[in-house]
Design a protein around this ligand. Structure first.
Ligand code: HEM
Length: 504
């Protein structure tokens, strides 16, 4: 073959490639236009992957659309060359079965650990004996009265010395502020930003074929994996510094180390007595690596969830002024029963929280409509059948949408989209245990949330102080939608104006 022939072949190949690309673009445009209004479209070869990508920006609302059209449970496939068989459900009977009744068939954490590799061997991702040992330590920590006091004390200090003074300052300004930013961490810092980026990137690992994102990580291609790697480095640097400072502080405190008021959660964890740790795991639980994994796990598990729940809660009560009025009434009743003089600003103490039934119900109602962990992901290990009759085979990715579950008429009734704290309260005025058992936002079974009680204590502390002392108004013209991430944050934040309350 002479050089003239090879030039002709080269030209032909180029034209052929151009035609192929052009046809592909035409096909994609046609397919997209044609199927735009459909909730799920299964593509030849690629399965439902393109539709996941197309709907990625509104993935949580998409789960609601899917559930409304296809019912509580759907089985879908990714591309035939990638391992992705998804069983998606928002049926509460299935959720209870997966998370509690037949938990052992859905407890294979390998895929979950891979997706959350940034958490290392922390409580969320640990398996077998190391998980049992950590869970035991965490339960002992969180149920201890001393630790509860520390956390309440710490929460009160932050509310009193940081949050309320900031709101007081803002109440004198006419400009608005992003309440979600205030609740997440203010001012925004590089650690908070890195955690947000990591949270968004991890969501996509849940819905893409595992081999895809692993390849993209290895080859260092694709913005998602790059974003996660960069976020991981920032998180590691910040946490290493924090642990170093904590160790130095503890050495300096020496025998006064159990002066609990000054401690924080990491210090409590570092000071767990040897006898309280699982003997076999002791060595593993003393390393900086363990403290690093525990720190990042609790930051992700506790900070984002409580702050985002509070943001959605405020958005809901601002949209429903009658709910805000009832919460205020409840708080005024608590104050009126106290003999002490009111301080300004008012902060409610731990004992006051027993009287906050309506506020507790309003937080549950927020968590129903805006569960901080909108999707729960599990993997099946053997053949099974869900309570609704869906047949399951080993290795399937099981996705439970708590977000869609809270929005189904057949679960919550015709008023499912309305914000009604009353649905959590029984006729005797107490919290309704039957309704509470339907709340999956903290998950169920052996791996449910260890921080649930603490989360309610902190959220009631902050919500009562803000609502009693300030009136918050939402600025007009905002588009309040969830961001596609593992925790349900508001994509564009929540711009508000704050005014001090004037009491008669
Ligand atoms: C409104 C606030 C919160 C919500 C909605 C929430 C929700 C959840 C959910 C759904 C899970 C299960 C996750 C899964 O299986 O993928 C979970 C686990 C966990 N949560 Fe929370 N959480 C909240 C606050 C907290 C707080 C304040 C802490 C700690 C102080 C915490 C610590 C944990 C830990 C360590 C786990 C892992 C438990 C295990 O795997 O054994 N959470 N949480």
């Amino acid at each position: 073959m002479d050089s003239h022939d090879s030039k002709i072949i080269e030209k032909c190949t180029e034209s052929y490639n151009l035609v192929l690309v052009f046809c592909l673009i035409l096909f994609t445009v046609w397919y997209y236009m044609h199927c735009k209004k459909q909730v799920i479209v299964r593509w030849p070869v690629l399965g439902m992957l393109p539709w996941i990508i197309i709907n990625a920006h509104r993935i949580h609302d998409w789960t609601v659309d899917i559930s409304k059209i296809f019912g509580g449970t759907v089985i879908e496939r990714g591309p035939f060359f990638g391992r992705l068989e998804i069983v998606y459900t928002c049926d509460p009977r299935n959720a209870k079965y997966i998370l509690a009744t037949n938990y052992y068939n859905f407890n294979d954490r390998q895929d979950y650990r891979d997706a959350f590799d940034i958490l290392g061997d922390g409580l969320l991702t640990a398996t077998s004996n190391f998980w049992t040992a950590q869970r035991r330590a965490a339960r002992m920590t969180f149920t201890s009265k001393i630790v509860r006091n520390i956390i309440f004390h710490k929460g009160t200090k932050v509310t009193q010395h940081a949050l309320l003074p900031l709101l007081s300052h803002l109440s004198k300004e006419s400009s608005g502020v992003d309440l979600q930013d205030v609740l997440m961490s203010f001012p925004p810092n590089e650690l908070a930003e890195a955690m947000d980026n990591a949270s968004e990137a991890i969501l996509f690992r849940h819905v893409l074929p595992i081999s895809w994102w692993k390849l993209s990580r290895r080859l260092k291609i694709g913005s998602n994996e790059k974003k996660l790697e960069a976020a991981g480095k920032i998180i590691d640097r910040n946490i290493a510094e924090y642990i170093k400072v904590k160790r130095e502080e503890m050495v300096a405190k020496g025998s006064k180390a159990d002066k609990y008021e000054e401690n924080d959660l990491l210090e409590v964890y570092m000071s767990i007595k040897d006898g309280e740790k699982d003997e076999l795991m002791l060595a593993k639980m003393l390393t900086d690596k363990f403290f690093r994994d525990t720190c990042i796990t609790f930051l992700i598990a506790a900070r984002d969830t409580t702050a985002s729940t509070l943001s959605w809660f405020f958005w809901m009560i601002l949209k429903n002024p009658s709910v805000e009025a009832k919460i205020l009434e409840e708080l005024e009743l608590i104050i009126s029963k106290k003999n002490t003089m009111e301080k300004n600003p008012v902060i409610f103490d731990a004992d006051d929280q027993t009287g906050m039934v309506y506020l507790h119900a309003a937080l549950c109602e927020s968590l129903r409509l805006y569960p901080a962990v909108p999707l729960l992901r599990k993997t099946s290990t053997s053949d099974d059948v869900f309570p609704d009759g869906t047949v399951i085979w080993p290795g399937m990715t099981v996705i439970i949408s708590c977000y869609a579950m809270g929005r189904m008429e057949w679960v919550w009734g015709e008023d499912c989209l309305e914000f009604k704290p009353e649905r959590w309260i029984s006729e005797d005025g107490k919290l309704n245990p039957e309704a509470l058992s339907k709340l999956v936002s903290f998950s169920l079974g052996p791996r449910n949330c260890v921080g649930k009680d603490m989360a309610f204590v902190l959220m009631k502390l902050v919500a009562s102080a803000v609502i009693y002392n300030y009136h918050v108004e939402v600025l007009e013209g905002q588009n309040i939608v969830p961001t596609p991430a593992i925790t349900l944050k508001m994509m564009n934040g929540l711009m508000v104006r704050v005014r001090g309350r004037v009491f008669p």
